[in-house]
Design a protein around this ligand. Structure first.
Ligand SMILES: Cc1cc2nc3c(=O)[nH]c(=O)nc-3n(C[C@H](O)[C@H](O)[C@H](O)COP(=O)(O)O)c2cc1C
Length: 322
């Protein structure tokens, strides 16, 4: 390992970029520790959404996405990262230790780190413009670098995502604990975490695969024509905690690549929080060959769509333990 190390300012800048990562209900369930030669990433169990995400799958995926954002930001700042996953067998919250080496930034590093600043979850309907098949292949191939796969779900197979998504929405509509958590974490106005009301459209009746319903939706969605969105499923060969960190990295790679290509995107994980519905998707979409970790919708927003406000984040100092 080279003796040169990134200075504190560089590491703070990279963590500030990392926390732009998507997280379940914008819970931002991560903590970072800066050491002399390494940075540690921890899951923050105090931000675990127990009713929405009982197995902590979404929590670990969110941290994996932040880890990938961190690597992208570091690469742009001139550092490559070597990651040791789950380095402490006695502490399951210690998800990664990152070591550094000098790196000559490539044009792709600048493109992906610019995408960090532009990516946002756009839950509105997309336009009727088709996505070129090559774009979907590019998204999938960038994500496979991180030990997870991205499967495109062709139209003929979408009913197998739609059925569990509708079933999950119906079950959650009468699940008191889930609804309490949803009300606590969404419909937000002016808070540094949670899903803002202005980023949530009202669920559209008749939508084939419904988006998750959040509290007090306040985002107008006036698109009327058929939506040509495509659906992807991020999946892993195993289903342990390390695989979920990898899946989070792959989700981040897929979303940033989509953003770089000019596409909008959003995640939909509601049915994956319910074990039988997740098993249903594993069988009918992935033929029992892989574990589904997240569903991703990508598409073009109509040119007339109003810009979306960025979702807030907690101050970077709040997530760093010195
Ligand atoms: C693991 C994970 C699961 C998510 N599940 C959903 C979901 O089911 N529905 C949804 O609309 N957004 C989902 N999101 C997106 C978050 O709500 C979003 O990232 C967060 O509110 C921050 O907003 P931003 O992505 O615009 O920065 C998920 C994100 C992650 C990382």
């Amino acid at each position: 390992m080279s003796s040169a190390q990134p200075d504190a300012e560089t590491l703070h800048a990279a963590i500030a970029m990392a926390i732009r990562a998507p997280s379940v209900h914008n819970s931002q369930p991560w903590r970072w520790r800066i050491n002399r030669r390494t940075v540690d990433l921890y899951a923050d169990p105090g931000r675990h959404l127990v009713a929405t995400d009982p197995q902590q799958r979404g929590l670990v995926l969110s941290c994996g996405a932040a880890l990938h954002h961190f690597r992208v930001a570091l690469a742009m700042l001139g550092w490559s990262a070597t990651v040791t996953y789950l380095p402490d067998s006695a502490d399951a919250d210690h998800l990664a230790t990152v070591e550094f080496a000098p790196h000559e930034p490539a044009p792709a590093d600048f493109e992906l780190s610019a995408a960090i600043l532009h990516r946002q979850s756009d839950r509105r309907r997309y336009s009727s413009w088709q996505i070129p098949a090559g774009y979907l292949r590019t998204i999938a191939s960038r994500a496979t670098h991180y030990g997870a796969a991205v499967r495109h779900v062709p139209e003929g197979l979408r009913a197998s995502l739609a059925r569990p998504a509708r079933e999950a929405a119906a079950r959650h509509a009468v699940d008191h604990e889930y609804q309490l958590e949803l009300a606590e974490w969404s419909g937000r106005r002016g808070t540094p975490d949670g899903v803002p009301a202005v980023n949530s459209p009202r669920p559209q009746p008749g939508e084939q695969i419904p988006v998750r319903a959040f509290a007090e939706p306040d985002l107008p969605d006036r698109t009327m024509h058929p939506d040509a969105a495509e659906w992807l499923v991020v999946c892993t060969a195993a289903d342990d905690r390390t695989s979920r960190v990898h899946a989070g990295e792959a989700i981040s790679a897929a979303l940033l690549t989509a953003t770089d290509l000019g596409l909008s995107s959003c995640l939909q994980t509601e049915p994956l929080g319910l074990p039988e519905l997740r098993a249903d998707i594993r069988t009918h979409v992935l033929y029992d060959c892989a574990y589904p970790q997240a569903m991703v919708r990508v598409g073009w927003v109509p040119t007339c769509a109003a810009p979306l406000p960025q979702t807030p984040r907690r101050p970077v100092a709040e997530v760093i333990d010195q």
